[in-house]
Design a protein around this ligand. Structure first.
Ligand SMILES: [Zn+2]
Length: 54
């Protein structure tokens, strides 16, 4: 399993998400949509990767 630590583009809050998440994940601070599911992996749409955690 791979997790990725991401930083919200709007507020900078960092959160750890499952790289193959198949659900929409929203920032828990500002509610911006961070990822949307795409072909079995999370597509980052509102955040950037800080670190990949294997
Ligand atoms: Zn945010």
């Amino acid at each position: 399993m791979t997790f990725i630590q991401v930083s919200c583009n709007d507020c900078g809050n960092e959160t750890t998400i499952f790289a193959r998440s198949t659900t929409v994940i929203a920032c828990n601070v500002c509610s911006r949509t961070l990822t949307s599911p795409s072909s079995g992996r999370a597509k980052l749409i509102g955040c950037k990767v800080v670190e990949t955690l294997e």
